[in-house]
Write a protein that binds this ligand. Sequence first.
Ligand code: CA
Length: 225
Amino acid sequence: MRVLLIEDEAPLREQIAAHLRAQGYAVDVAANGNDGCFMGTEYPVDVAVVDLGLPDIGGIEVIRRWRGADRKFPVLILTARGRWQDKVEGLETGADDYLVKPFEFEELTARLRALVRRASGWTESALTCGPLVLNTGAQQLRVNGAQVELTAFEYKVIEYLMMHAGEVVSKTTLAEHVYEEDADRDSNVLEVIIGRLRKKLDPDKTLNPIETLRGRGYLLRLPRS
Ligand code: CA
């Protein structure tokens, strides 16, 4: 999952980014409204965290421009304590949730997970596709009740595919949502990861959890429940 973070306070920005990366997100960061606005317009963002008090254009204006350009990803705003009007204005402009500073990073990630899930049509905190159950909070995957050990990158890939179960996900799209903008992307690496996931999820080759559609991409066809 790709998160865009716009925050002008450098120490806070770095702390949030580090926490989100530790939670399996690919994180793009912006230190001002103009850069952040551009990134949200051009990058394949899954969810955005927007500080409202920015040095150039404010967070409200950034969200207004995104929504005006039909960018629909969920947005969580960060507001200063005591500025309740900002919260109201942010939500009315199209933000989906808010946190008042200072906040616990765990609360931020829990809220982001909920926003991403809902945007993909999931209501439960665990994603269930046939015998696959993914707990996005604990970053844990079970197949028929047995836990599967995954590397951080394997987790990112299966999380994206399960989040979009039933949809064809092209290799480009998958790469765009598991790598940050500045990352060195290699589609051969993704193929290797998919191969490893198939072995780990389906050692007996009975499930075929990830199908390859030649020239189109990958499909997790197991039914959502
Ligand atoms: Ca600020």
